[in-house]
Ligand binder design. Structure first.
Ligand code: ZN
Length: 230
């Protein structure tokens, strides 16, 4: 991995030895888009996300009907390889399949790990969009909606991502049909900002994000040598 000396880890403030991909690389498909976004990260923080990112992908393939994702479970696929490598992971996924009262099989994932991956990605995209660092804790994943839950997007997702005249708001696509996101004003929370992810045509995620201060106040902060953290 490319060395990024002289910068600090955006997660913890220590020296950054690595760059972390945003979105997490295992959520994208090869060939990767040009100019993948990265954020400076220390080795420790970078590694601390990687198992959760692997877990996230393992969950995604269980709840999705997307053939691209399902193929990862086949011999030679990323998910197949990960499960062969880690029997613990394989068992965790098997244990997550719960039989419901209606006889259907439901997937019960480790929510904290899912949230951690989503929030880290929101943090990174926010940094690139606003050139601003906020504390990781101020990004809160408040919704994770697999497509199987509802045929179409959940109602609130529709309302948030369409204008009052029912025109779709503009999404930023990182990779077609794989990863896109949008920032919207969330009237349910006093018009605060929410970020929404649309991943692999399989899940919607919604994340509460901090409001980026105006450029003016950012400049003032820098002049006064206050911290770059909110
Ligand atoms: Zn760090």
């Amino acid at each position: 991995m490319k060395k990024a000396f002289g910068t600090t880890c955006l997660f913890c403030g220590k020296i950054a030895e690595t760059k972390d991909h945003i979105p997490s690389k295992n959520l994208l498909e090869k060939p990767y888009p040009n100019n993948l976004l990265t954020i400076p990260s220390c080795d420790y923080c970078n590694k601390s996300f990687s198992l959760d990112e692997e877990y996230f992908l393992n969950v995604l393939v269980e709840i999705s009907d997307n053939p691209t994702l399902l193929a990862k479970k086949n011999f030679g696929g990323n998910v197949h390889k990960a499960r062969e490598r880690s029997k613990g992971l394989k068992k965790r996924i098997e244990d997550s399949l719960i039989q419901g009262d209606d006889g259907k099989i439901y997937f019960q994932s480790e929510t904290d790990r899912i949230k951690k991956v989503i929030e880290k990605n929101a943090f990174g995209l926010y940094f690139h969009k606003y050139q601003k660092v906020s504390r990781l804790e101020s990004f809160k994943c408040v919704g994770f909606y697999p497509f199987s839950v509802e045929e179409t997007r959940p109602t609130e997702m529709f309302l948030l991502t369409y204008t009052e005249k029912f025109k779709p708001k503009k999404w930023t696509t990182i990779q077609n049909d794989v990863f896109s996101y949008i920032v919207v004003r969330d009237w349910r929370r006093g018009n605060k900002l929410s970020m929404i992810f649309h991943i692999h045509n399989s899940v919607w995620c919604i994340i509460e994000i901090p409001y980026p201060s105006s450029t003016k106040s950012k400049t003032l902060k820098r002049l006064n040598q206050l911290t770059v953290f909110d």
